[in-house]
Design a protein around this ligand. Structure first.
Ligand code: CA2
Length: 147
């Protein structure tokens, strides 16, 4: 089972500021911890981070026929991007949305998620461990579909 773990703009800057919102761990630690969880689940993972909307769309399209599912934190594009929503719909791969912070209790504009309607689940407010939780949800879902 192959899962793509994607991160949008500014998530490469994790750990640099705003620890109260996003924790003290950096992006490298997010990758390390999520890889460890993937190994425990017996899932193959690849990682992709970009600050550019079109590059995120390209990577989602490239997952078609190559990966079985997607875990995605689109960063600020969560709240604006119809293009990323359409890409996820186009490839029709089961997708879990992740947010490090609890977006539901933040500014109004962060409570809008375009991608959510194309996702099987959303994990938020669990820090970087939320990516591992998302992997777990997705691998259970994919196993259920194969049985
Ligand atoms: O909570 C999340 O995971 C977010 O997707 C993170 C995005 C934010 O725009 C979303 O509303 C919620 C921000 C990414 C990280 O931004 C940083 C800001 C300061 C220092 C380091 C990273």
């Amino acid at each position: 089972m192959k899962i793509l773990v994607m991160n949008g703009p500014n998530l490469n800057m994790l750990g640099i500021r705003e620890p109260a919102l996003y924790g003290r761990e950096d992006y490298a630690e997010l990758v390390r911890r999520t890889k460890a969880k993937a190994e425990a689940l017996g899932v193959e993972v690849s990682f992709y981070q970009s600050n550019h909307e079109g590059d995120l769309v390209d990577r989602i399209q490239a997952a078609y026929g190559q990966e079985d599912g997607i875990v995605i934190n689109p960063g600020a594009y969560t709240h604006t991007s119809v293009a990323i929503l359409d890409a996820v719909k186009a490839v029709s791969l089961p997708t879990v949305e992740v947010h490090i912070s609890d977006v539901a209790s933040r500014e109004d504009f962060r409570q809008v998620s375009y991608i959510r309607r194309a996702c099987i689940a959303t994990v938020m407010g669990r820090g970087i461990d939320g990516y591992g939780e998302a992997l777990e949800i997705l691998s259970e879902y994919l196993k259920g579909r194969k049985e």
